[in-house]
Design a protein around this ligand. Structure first.
Ligand SMILES: Cc1cc2nc3c(=O)[nH]c(=O)nc-3n(C[C@H](O)[C@H](O)[C@H](O)COP(=O)(O)OP(=O)(O)OC[C@H]3O[C@@H](n4cnc5c(N)ncnc54)[C@H](O)[C@@H]3O)c2cc1C
Length: 503
């Protein structure tokens, strides 16, 4: 490979320190790329694509690099959007933004216009809009407002074959005809549709539900690209429909003493349509060094946070439900109070706090089953079975996440001193998959597919899996875009890096 043949106005790098930096995202994986390219414009992306074709290298688009499944690393070219391709082109209700813009920066800008984008991951200081599109990002308020997909109106993207596509305009004929064919086949295939319909709200892999939702092929293409982890196209411009800011009307935090009661209360609270409904278990409470979530009551089994934004009365209804439960403590937090800020600060601190605990105890916390999605009615039994599994396998575990849309982060700890790490990780992953599968749940939820879990999609989707292949073949027949992250994945431990303090 001779990168001097790559003539772009941005820059490229083969410096070992830079390659090392881009060999990791926030997952447990490490793959050193051949080249890191920072494009400044679409022409740079097109030139990089031609270069990749000529050199036989894959391309991984990368924005914030906070992916938890190893989907923003790869052995070929990393296309780093964060460096230059990071402007807000238009602010306002119909916003236009480039993929490399850090989400928090964007949120600050739109807040000045009294607007909000509700799908805000806890990684908002690190992640960028391109990756949010790539993973169909969620946040606590997805409970009420949906994933990022609900706010994407159209995209500009570049195909693996080098076509610049604007989904708000007409699609190239080959894409449009191919998509129509796949859509018709899916609509005629009741068995596959039934499998897809049974999946939880945020189940990952390509968004096959979009095939039944959009008759315009441009819209369909855009909503298939959202959540496609950079395997269908390289997104260069994102158009979003923003909504007016909605301050909370009250937030409740309840520390429960009984698991079944917690699960039942979650269903009753969900029926009130809260803006957010979050959960963390007793283990998290012990580790999170915060003001509100770390109530260390030996009788406490888990904490639930419910935020309401429709009316004060809605929050009062929530309070009545919680007051009938056996709880150690109920916090009633008023809107825009210092406690409200401290609470969400605690919540964002959860993962860093667990990592700190790992460093203190020389444990590892590879994200393996961190992305579970299920139907809320099954939360109780799934939690119990996962807890039993971890006790049987001898792993301490912390669990937290978003009950409001059936998504939890199960984080088992691994002790490298015990050896056999790869086998232990495989076992945890496979056994957890079996539990989830039994309840029509998935390991591929909020953080989307990637090296640690795509392998399960075929088992989970059965005959419907063929549509993922057909869509990929239509957009990227030569498998140039993010190879090995969604299809033909290696066994999950391949490329994992267990060096100390890594996770
Ligand atoms: C502490 C922590 C908390 C988190 N909390 C949440 C959460 O609450 N909700 C949530 O959804 N996720 C969460 N995540 C996961 C992650 O931050 C999100 O998935 C985020 O949306 C990824 O954005 P990014 O810019 O970092 O993406 P990247 O890591 O850069 O990329 C993610 C994927 O998108 C693709 N991609 C990136 N840019 C483009 C582009 N221009 N064109 C096409 N594809 C592209 C990449 O190829 C990759 O497959 C969390 C992660 C951490 C570390």
């Amino acid at each position: 490979m001779n990168p001097y043949n790559l003539d772009i106005s941005g820059d490229w790098d083969t410096d070992p320190a830079v390659l090392e930096k881009f060999s990791r995202d926030m997952s447990a994986y490490r793959i050193v790329p051949a080249l890191v390219v920072a494009p400044k414009n679409e022409e740079d992306v097109l030139r990089t694509l031609r270069f990749a074709h000529n050199e036989g290298l894959g391309i991984v688009s990368r924005s914030g690099g906070s992916d938890l499944s190893g989907a923003s690393i790869g052995p070929g070219i990393i296309l780093n959007f964060k460096k230059y391709f990071n402007r807000a082109i238009r602010l306002g209700e119909d916003a236009i933004v480039e993929p490399g813009m850090i989400l928090d920066d964007f949120l600050k800008k739109i807040s000045a216009h009294n607007l909000m984008l509700p799908a805000v991951p806890s990684s908002s200081a690190l992640c960028a809009l391109g990756g949010n599109v790539g993973t169909r990002a969620t946040g606590p308020r997805t409970a009420k407002y949906g994933t990022l997909d609900a706010f994407v109106t159209s995209l500009r993207f570049i195909t693996a074959g080098g076509q610049v596509v604007d989904t708000a305009q007409s699609l190239p004929d080959d894409l449009s005809t191919g998509l129509r064919r796949i859509q018709q086949k899916f609509l005629d295939d009741a068995a596959s549709r039934a499998i897809v319909d049974r999946r939880p709200f945020i189940a990952g892999g390509y968004n096959l539900k979009a095939l039944t939702q959009y008759s315009d092929m441009g819209e369909l293409a855009a909503h298939l690209l959202v959540g496609s982890i950079g395997t269908l196209g390289i997104v260069t411009e994102i158009r979003l429909k923003l909504i007016d800011k909605r301050p909370s009307q009250g937030t409740l935090v309840a520390h429960f003493r009984d698991y079944e009661e917690l699960a039942a209360a979650a269903l009753r609270l969900k029926a009130l349509d809260p803006a957010a409904l979050e959960y963390s278990d007793a283990s998290c409470a012990g580790h999170v060094n915060g003001k509100i979530l770390n109530l260390e009551d030996p009788g406490m089994v888990g904490t639930m946070i419910a935020e309401f934004d429709a009316s004060f009365e809605q929050a009062q209804e929530g309070r009545k439900i919680l007051e009938t439960c056996n709880i150690s403590r109920l916090w009633v937090i008023s809107s825009a109070s210092p406690e409200e800020a401290a609470l969400w600060q605690d919540r964002r601190r959860t993962q860093p706090s667990l990592l700190k605990y790992c460093r203190q105890k020389s444990l590892l916390l590879p994200p393996i089953i961190d992305d579970i999605a299920f139907h809320l009615k099954d939360f109780g039994p799934i939690s119990k079975e996962l807890g039993d599994l971890m006790r049987r396998l001898g792993h301490e575990i912390s669990v937290y996440g978003h009950l409001g849309f059936g998504s939890i982060h199960a984080r088992p700890y691994f002790d490298p001193a015990q050896g056999g790490l790869e086998e232990q990780i495989e076992t945890v992953s496979q056994e957890a998959f079996k539990i989830l599968h039994k309840y029509n749940g998935t390991l591929v939820g909020e953080h989307n597919a990637g090296r640690s879990r795509s392998v399960y999609l075929e088992m989970e989707l059965g005959p419907a899996y063929t549509y993922l292949h057909e869509i990929k073949k239509l957009f990227d027949p030569a498998d140039l875009l993010n190879p090995g992250s969604l299809f033909d994945t290696d066994p999950i431990c391949t490329h994992m890096d267990f060096s100390p303090m890594r996770h």
